[in-house]
Design a binder for this molecule. Structure first.
Ligand code: FAD
Length: 464
């Protein structure tokens, strides 16, 4: 978007200063996030008169922080693999994705001057690496359809007469409308405006809210002191396996041969294995974080409902015990005169040296050639299975996504319409849909937003 900034300033001021004209709107959309802006834009494009209400002072606050400000808006995976990322609820998205998927999103963005690129890991970003460009594109999409956008107004409820939507209750008073789209997002990162209002609004209308849990969240260790001692250790290419049992009862013979977990095709994990993944992680002052921990977190948070959970970290997953044993023997033989703690420095992350020396119980200054077999074995055991008991997810507010939400059983999978209230539609994270990292959540928000906007427009435009 070359001259987009000046254009968007104009649009923003046009949108901000437009006043609510009660009674003129056929559709009211709640929330100017990814799903709501898409829904409003699409409904308006089809000819509906649309009002978008956003409680914050600007649109797309969460979009701006996605992908570290670069906005990972989709993924190159094929549809089947995409759907698998959403776990058991993914099938719900099949019709939606058949209606509007990645290429449709990219084509829409291109209309507004945004080109996208696919990185080697399949993640799709705008070529400018600027999430603000995505928000501006949607502002222009909405402006083209003459959507009225009002900021600083919270929707507090939906007005229903005879089982049919008749408007919304807001902090600025009641507003009539024939259809309402709830796109209020989840409860994570509440500073972006996603404070869970959509769940309360839907529940007040009789909708079931599937238990809310933090998804894609760091994990808190039961023994925070152990984590603190290793704080800052960056674990590269490790294998982490989560077990449904205390750390002391982990049976390593059960570690599956290949990674298992949500979004990974192949065998499903069988208890006591919860998930097992290879990749990067980090030890923090409270526990564990990093890419694979985030991916595993929801399964672990859910498993904690059923009893203790622990993780075992294999720091050398590319080597079996025999090979590692040999390597250790060689290292200690080679550096026979060096102190134990100086030898382990060669192959351990600096932050792990002191704790590992302590945990193996070997005197730090013991020369390498004096180490007993038992002592070398205790180091090997730690390298193959550094264990943490897990207390829980860090917090909902720090999660990247809210798991749970409005039950999909009460939403029409072809239209996003409520099965309970006529004229009511849902889209985005407010529904019981969430996926791992990689651009899946935003694509789902855009796609369900598109379908909800189209369905609501069709409802109000064909209604007598
Ligand atoms: C740090 C972080 C990074 C992320 N990175 C990625 C990524 O790179 N790729 C990806 O696919 N996903 C990512 N996600 C997840 C993704 O951002 C969300 O799943 C997606 O934005 C959800 O879109 P939504 O429109 O449903 O909800 P939101 O984006 O949360 O939008 C909801 C909007 O509704 C407004 N609202 C709420 N209540 C009311 C009310 N009562 N009245 C009026 N307005 C209201 C809110 O202010 C907000 O603007 C990330 C999330 C976080 C927190």
């Amino acid at each position: 978007m070359s001259d987009s900034k000046s254009q968007s300033t104009f649009i923003n001021s046009y949108l901000r200063h437009t006043t609510i004209m009660a009674g003129n709107y056929q559709i009211i959309v709640t929330g100017a996030g990814a799903a709501g802006m898409m829904a409003a834009g699409r409904a308006a494009e089809l000819g509906a008169n649309v009002l978008l209400l956003e409680k914050m002072e600007r649109p797309g606050k969460k979009i701006l922080i996605t992908g570290n400000g670069r906005c990972n808006l989709s993924n190159s995976r094929d549809m089947d693999s995409f759907i698998t990322q959403f776990g058991a609820n993914g099938r719900f998205l099949l019709n939606t994705f058949n209606r509007f998927f990645r290429d449709d999103l990219l084509a829409l963005l291109r209309r507004y001057g945004i080109e996208c690129k696919t990185e080697p890991d399949g993640k799709v970003y705008p070529t400018t690496d600027n999430a603000g460009d995505i928000v501006r594109a949607f502002e222009r999409y909405m402006a083209d359809g003459k959507v009225t956008v009002r900021f600083g107004v919270s929707v507090t409820g939906v007005l229903v007469e005879n089982g049919r939507v008749s408007g919304v209750h807001t902090t600025a008073g009641n507003l009539p409308a024939s259809a309402v789209i709830i796109a209020a997002g989840g409860s994570s990162h509440p500073q972006t405006g996603s404070t869970g209002d959509g769940f309360h609004i839907a529940a007040a209308l009789g909708h079931t809210i599937v238990r809310l849990r933090p998804g894609l969240v760091s994990l808190v260790a039961t023994d925070i002191e152990q984590a603190k001692q290793m704080q800052g250790a960056s674990l590269r290419n490790v294998r982490i396996t989560a077990f449904q049992c205390p750390a002391g009862k982990i049976d390593l013979s059960l570690v599956p041969e290949v990674d298992v977990g949500r979004g990974i095709t192949g065998k499903r994990p069988k208890l006591p294995i919860i998930e097992s993944r290879t990749g990067d992680a980090i030890i923090t002052h409270f526990g564990l974080s990093g890419p694979i921990i985030l991916e595993m977190s929801l399964a672990i948070v859910d498993a904690l409902e059923n009893g203790p959970v622990s993780v075992s970290i294999d720091l050398a997953p590319d080597r079996g015990n025999d090979m590692l044993r040999k390597e250790l023997q060689q290292v200690f033989d080679k550096h026979s005169k060096r102190a134990y703690q100086n030898i382990v420095k060669d192959f351990l992350s600096q932050k792990l040296v002191e704790p590992f020396v302590g945990m193996t119980g070997v005197p730090p200054d013991k020369p390498g050639n004096q180490l007993k077999v038992k002592e070398r074995e205790s180091l090997l055991n730690l390298l193959k299975s550094l264990r943490f008991d897990i207390k829980g997810g860090y917090s909902m507010s720090t999660a990247m996504v809210t798991a749970g939400g409005i039950s999909l059983k009460e939403i029409n999978q072809y239209t996003m319409a409520s099965q309970l209230v006529e004229g009511l539609y849902f889209c985005g994270e407010v529904m019981d849909l969430d996926a791992g990292t990689g651009g899946f959540n935003l694509q789902a928000a855009f796609s369900t937003g598109y379908v909800a906007g189209e369905s609501a427009a069709s409802f109000v435009l064909t209604k007598r």
